[in-house]
Design a protein around this ligand. Sequence first.
Ligand code: NAD
Length: 432
Amino acid sequence: MKIAVIGTGYVGLVAGACLAESGNDVVCVDSNDEKVRKLRRGKMPFYEPGLEELVRRNRVEGRLEFTSTLPKAVRAASVIFIAVGTPQGEDGSADVNQVLNVARDIARSMNGYKVIVDKSTVPVGTAGRVREVIRRETTHPFSVVSNPEFLKQGAAVEDFMKPDRVVIGAEDPRAEELMREVYSPFTRTGAPIMVMDCSSAELSKYAANAMLATRISFMNEIANVCELVGADIDQVRRAVGSDRRIGPSFLFPGIGYGGSCFPKDVQALIRFAGDKEYDIRILQAVEAVNACQKTRLLSKMRKHFGSLKGKTVAVWGLSFKPRTDDMREAPSIPLIEGLLASGAKVQAYDPEAIPVAKRIFGNRVAFSSGNYEVLKGADGLAIVTEWNEFRRPDFARMRKLMRGPIVFDGRNLYTPEQMKQNGFTYYSIGRA
Ligand code: NAD
């Protein structure tokens, strides 16, 4: 099948490469010329495990191309995915202008029946708006499909190749059939293709992200209670998660969620429910709890040191989660800004995100090339992102390098007993 994917961000590039891998001829379009030039040279715009190799292979085998020229890609394709950004607008609602602009450009280049698939996360009703925009511009027949993406950064290729489910909002059988064909290689292991109306498909994506964000904020609140009453969140989490109605996933406390999706999607859902005069109070609380949780580690440091002025703090992990270099809304940002504002010196290490962090902090932070090197002369270590390489460190080596053997662990990578045995003063989340 001939497919065009508009937007080569996390979603578009991964979708494009995976669709090519399953035998389609895919043209990925991005309006950012520089990005397209780099992709043609085999340079990925971000770090995502397995992606570079997948792109390389499919380009060599002639199934994947990159261009900044949309019309030719649209004319050649029967299915066109829109995977551009839907950033948070000033009032918190999702800004769908990129999606609508692309829809208009697609319509102007159409030369026959096309299925236009909205893969970006968009508020309920956007499929209808896309349909309207296209109808104004062309007399060619077309179908609009809503196909939200559920991949996780850090495991994006695997998630796309082996989805838990594929959600398709389609209102005509011709489009539904084509979409089933597109996804059949990815659902052979039995993952369901769920066909529904566009509004339900659009809302499913927001509801899923809001539920995950809710679980995180809920467990963070329980963790904070644990600290006050002398309970251990790890024990509580295991007891709660073994209830089959609840399940063990996404129950880990920490220092708040970040990334490009949860914060913006929770906000957008609050906004579009609000537009219908529905006050979605649970999500307002989820957000407020998350904002507080992001200050938790800094409060623990302030409490321990009294003043942070003149202290040197090492930071392990900058990206909003492991296996990505994405720092959008990362908890590391308010933590580091807070430390700097309190007069502390910050030295930081992350396996992938240092180039991104340099653009945010410039020379206000000293960046190190290794997780031990960054500890030299540190009065304390803050663990922000749970990269695997931080899980089993050489504690004796750490102690020798640090001025003060104090660890503020925002991800509960170690047990309090283990840290005591290794001679550390240890603070974590939800454990006495
Ligand atoms: P992104 O910002 O990484 O990428 C968007 C790309 O679209 C950019 O490369 C940009 O240059 C390009 N673009 C913008 N306007 C264009 C135009 N007119 N023509 C061609 N290209 C254009 O975004 P992303 O993280 O891939 O997210 C895309 C959408 O998918 C969003 O709605 C997001 O909420 C959703 N989503 C993201 C994730 C994720 O993990 N990042 C997961 C699921 C869903």
